[in-house]
Write a protein that binds this ligand. Structure first.
Ligand code: GLU
Length: 282
């Protein structure tokens, strides 16, 4: 199965061209998940956060604009208060505690580079409503013109839908499409998309690129992923949505050394979703 999937990957030229486009991207959306920012006790892990900031600054120093979509507010809040959210209300409240901590840590960490940041808390409605969305685009554009890195999270305190892991995979991909980014990078605790579940299956192989083989890859994920929503399944669906809007997307491991620099120098890392032109109405 795995050989089949790998063999039917996009032809090498298309993969190489997409890798080049990813490297040359001027506007990059980077999504970092809770595991990439917190320790086993779900407290914010400053070393992990600094590593992410170092990676982002690699891109900034190459003259790129970066939008960071960061999870971690609920995890940080639960580490801070010392309890899990037993109800939606508690989870929402935890997110508000954690979000300010998260931003305080980001502010300090980016300060090492004299880099200013901004906080944007969004809900799905802000993306769906044309007027709100135009306002958002204008704000983002202004921040980028000022050389600021916007840090985006879902506004969990007021989100009327269930607060759930995976929402930021949706949000980051919608933001990338909405601001017409040149690249979406999803950083997570696995090294990309695998032919099996790498947490349990030693023979699982990383799939280097996804293009014409998308249906097979999606089938594999459906068969092996643990969660229906969130996890690799949602990441794959949303990376594909970006690729269908002509935006290359990469899913990679957040702990990979200099992961964003590798992408910016066209090194093969994680799983690359090759843009497929205009066959989506999402
Ligand atoms: N917005 C949530 C948080 O910051 C996480 C949502 C997600 O991981 O997709 O904790």
């Amino acid at each position: 199965m795995s050989e089949q999937v790998q063999a039917r990957a996009a032809d090498e030229d298309a993969v190489e061209a997409a890798r080049r486009r990813a490297a040359d991207a001027d506007l990059v959306v980077v999504k970092a998940g809770t595991n990439s920012l917190t320790d086993d006790d779900s407290r914010l892990d400053r070393e992990k956060l600094d590593k992410l900031v170092d990676d982002i600054m690699d891109l900034r120093e190459r003259g790129k604009d970066v939008l960071l979509v960061s999870s971690g507010s609920i995890g940080a809040g639960s580490g801070r208060i010392g309890k899990d959210g037993d109800t939606i209300e508690e989870t929402q409240a935890l997110s508000t505690v954690g979000q300010s901590l998260l931003m305080a840590q980001y502010t300090e960490s980016f300060e090492r580079y004299d880099q200013k940041i901004a906080q944007l808390l969004l809900t799905e409605h802000d993306l769906d409503n044309p007027e709100r969305f135009t306002n958002l685009q204008n704000t983002v554009r202004t921040l980028l013109d000022w050389g600021i890195v916007p840090v985006i999270n879902e506004n969990d305190a007021v989100a009327t839908e269930e607060v759930r892991i995976g929402d930021n995979d949706m949000l980051s991909s919608s933001v990338a499409i909405g601001v017409d980014a040149d690249l979406l990078v999803t950083l997570t605790d696995v090294g990309g998309v695998y032919t099996g579940n790498p947490k349990h299956d030693d023979d699982a192989e990383r799939i280097e690129a996804v293009a014409q083989n998308y249906d097979e890859v999606q089938q594999l994920i459906t068969d092996t992923a643990e969660a229906k929503f969130g996890g690799i399944r949602t990441k794959v669906e949303r990376a594909r949505a970006a690729a269908e809007h002509d935006i290359p997307a990469i899913i990679a491991r957040s702990t990979e050394p200099s992961v964003l620099e590798k992408i910016a120098t066209a090194k093969p890392v994680g799983t690359l979703f090759v843009p497929v032109n205009g066959d989506s109405d999402e």
